[in-house]
Design a binder for this molecule. Structure first.
Ligand code: ZN
Length: 278
């Protein structure tokens, strides 16, 4: 049986009837169907959790306000105005299709003029960067079945949060990858805490992000902490929300000490601010 449903991307207040909001529905992440945001799709109340996919990637499904909700991470590279097609498979094999209209969002641009040659990597560094990028892409594709019990994250270090998620950077007019996380300014040595309970799925010292740790919170929700001076958790270790996992540093390619904090949903880096109290 194929049913087709259409979902308009509306703010959650318009999407949700009053009764829905009045129940003990988690407020996080806030819905924001834009590139780098999260779309919430209501899947109905009945049956066991449907299996949801966006293309080849599994999507996080949670029980919220007495209903199944899919939380779809929207990649920063997604074109505003485009449509994401999401498929939900019921336990009885029934397939439902949903569409998410991606709303526009303009992220700031930063143009930097640098001496030619200053941003070019040596052949050796380039090979290392590419190897590490492939490794991290594989880590980010981790999907473990148990969904997280809560989605409200703790700020992983005290300090001023940048609003630079999505910032489009240009060096001498040439586009670089947009900034895919939040930077938190803090002195070297400040404790970095797990934003949510999870399992350590990667620990490394990489060319660009420096000392880095990645946590799997379940069902495609991951968090990544970079530029650390020290890492205090080991691979496969389970950590509680708020547990110390390392210290703020300035490792990798940085201009000063800070914590780079990224959140991934179905492999898409999404704005960590959507998971944090304002
Ligand atoms: Zn950063």
């Amino acid at each position: 049986m194929n049913r087709r449903r259409f979902l308009l991307s509306l703010p959650p207040s318009m999407l949700a009837p009053a009764a829905f909001a009045a129940e003990s529905a988690p407020r996080f992440p806030r819905a924001s169907p834009v590139p780098g945001g999260v779309a919430k799709i209501r899947l109905g109340a009945g049956g066991p959790a449907p299996r949801v996919r966006l293309g080849a990637e599994r999507v996080l499904v949670v029980r919220e306000g007495g209903e199944w909700i899919a939380l779809v991470g929207i990649a920063l590279a997604t074109k505003p105005g485009s449509t994401l097609r999401v498929e939900a498979e019921r336990a009885d094999g029934g397939l439902e299709r949903y569409e998410v209209a991606v709303a526009p969002k303009t992220y700031a641009s930063q143009h930097l003029k640098v001496r030619p040659g200053q941003v070019e990597l040596s052949a050796e560094d380039l090979a290392r960067y590419q190897r590490e990028r492939a490794h991290l892409a594989k880590v980010i594709r981790t999907f473990s079945d148990a969904a997280p019990s809560t989605l409200a994250m703790l700020q992983p270090a005290p300090g001023r949060r940048s609003a630079s998620f999505g910032l489009r950077r240009f060096f001498n007019g040439e586009a670089r990858n947009p900034h895919n996380g939040m930077d938190i300014a803090a002195p070297v040595g400040t404790a970095v805490l797990a934003a949510l309970a999870g399992r350590v799925i990667d620990v490394g010292d990489y060319f660009l992000p420096g000392r880095t740790i990645v946590l799997d919170h379940g069902a495609g929700l991951l968090s990544l902490y970079a530029h650390l001076s020290a890492i205090d958790a080991s691979l496969t270790q389970n950590v509680a929300a708020g547990a110390p996992i390392g210290s703020v540093g300035a490792t990798g390619r940085v201009t000063g000490p800070h914590l780079h904090y990224s959140v991934y949903l179905n492999t898409a880096a999404v704005d960590p601010a959507l998971f944090l109290p304002a």
